[in-house]
Design a protein around this ligand. Structure first.
Ligand code: SAH
Length: 366
């Protein structure tokens, strides 16, 4: 049985024809009343997935230190908009702010802005962050002007992607249509090559991929990176994007669904299932550079966190922990930085204005 939103989308497709995977993803996650991120409490052991800040306080603490250092590097602007895109349960920001209490002048300069579409998650964020007087926004563009410090962990992977499939005639678009029963959602190919395929990276689009090859692009992610970069350049600031994804253009379908920590059919129960796709960091970096921003990374999360001193932080925490707590700290550290775990699959990308020195955590400007 599908969901209420699944039934509605099927009726719409019956009348208006197939929709793109991007349109499906946007509805399934963001539909004003039935979308997944409007209603669910997705994160944590009893949700659908777990994120780095929920694994260990060290993650938010080190990102907080990174942000405070960027603020100092910018010349300590006041006020500075501290923006988080998709703050989830508020854990990352709470850890970041607790860890930076001692940075002279930093908290006094902060104007905390949370971009969040989920009412239940806004309520959780309020409970852990009310002391910092946050304001909430539906969209990044609603954040008032001014110098910016922006952070986004596992946000870009929720932005819609289009999918294309190589055929004998070119790149057709993968669409969401109806199975022969007329009510079940099913993938279908556009009848001819898609005009949107021109947006694919040239190497992929014009290369000789065999028929059946799938490629993805998120115009929503590229558009957002472009708007963030423009603000950083015009009004100064730095941003840090952390997510799972790829560093270079590559073929492959990564659009996927998770429910209760398990992969499921992405078309099965829209609105009740988390949908994600890998983030194309090469595309984000290229957009930001074209907009005049400085770009560092993407680098692996493990390397980045080690450069920021996560192992020393773990040792410090272990110094005042019980044996059981020490084991938990070691396990969390491994999950965050080990190559087979989040250490390499997750990538970190910094972009910023061209008037500040290079940030910590990266080897080279890219
Ligand atoms: N950053 C958090 C949560 C990641 S889950 C963590 O690391 O734990 C994705 C977050 O983005 C959730 O808070 C979700 O409600 C929010 N979100 C998803 N799509 C959004 C959109 N289009 N606009 C604003 N927030 C969105």
């Amino acid at each position: 049985m599908t969901s209420e939103l699944g039934r509605r989308l099927a009726r719409r497709i019956a009348v208006a024809g197939p929709m793109s995977v991007a349109e499906f993803m946007a509805e399934a996650l963001g539909h004003p009343t039935l979308g997944y991120y409007r209603r669910a409490l997705p994160i944590g052991a009893d949700g659908d997935f777990t994120t780095a800040p929920e694994i260990s306080q060290m993650f938010g603490e080190l990102l907080g230190a990174w942000l405070a250092e960027r603020w100092q590097a910018m010349g300590r602007p006041s006020p500075v908009r501290l923006v988080e895109l998709g703050p989830g349960r508020g854990t990352l920001m709470a850890d970041a702010l607790r860890a930076t209490r001692g940075v002279p002048g930093f908290h006094g300069a902060l104007d905390l802005r949370l971009v969040e579409i989920s009412k239940p998650l806004r309520a959780l964020q309020e409970t852990v962050l009310s002391g910092y007087r946050p304001a909430w926004h539906e969209r990044f563009d609603d954040v008032p002007e001014g110098p910016l410090l922006l952070i986004a962990n596992e946000f870009f992977d929720a932005l819609p992607v289009r999918q294309f499939e190589r055929t004998a005639h070119g790149w057709n678009e993968r669409m969401v249509g109806l199975a022969p029963d007329g009510t079940t959602l099913a993938f279908a190919l556009s009848p001819g090559p898609s005009p949107f395929a021109r947006l694919l990276p040239a190497a992929l689009r014009d290369g000789d991929s065999p028929p059946g090859t799938v490629a993805e692009i998120s115009t929503a992610a590229i558009d957002l990176a472009n708007r963030i970069a423009a603000r950083l350049v015009q009004q100064r600031g730095w941003s840090l994007i952390v997510d799972y994804g790829r560093d270079a253009p590559a073929a492959g379908a990564t659009f996927q669904a998770l429910r209760g920590h398990r992969p499921v059919d992405p078309l099965e129960r829209p609105g009740e299932t988390d949908l994600t796709a890998h983030v194309d960091f090469a595309a984000l970096a290229e957009t930001a550079r074209a907009g005049g921003a400085r770009v560092f990374g993407p680098t692996g999360q493990g390397t980045f966190l080690r450069r920021l001193g996560i192992e020393q932080r773990a040792d410090a925490l272990k110094g005042r922990a019980t044996a059981e707590q020490r084991d938990a700290i070691d396990a969390a550290l491994a999950r965050l930085i080990a190559p087979g775990q989040m250490g390499t699959l997750f990538r970190v990308l910094a972009m910023g204005d061209d008037r500040s020195p290079a940030p910590a955590g990266f080897s080279d400007e890219t």
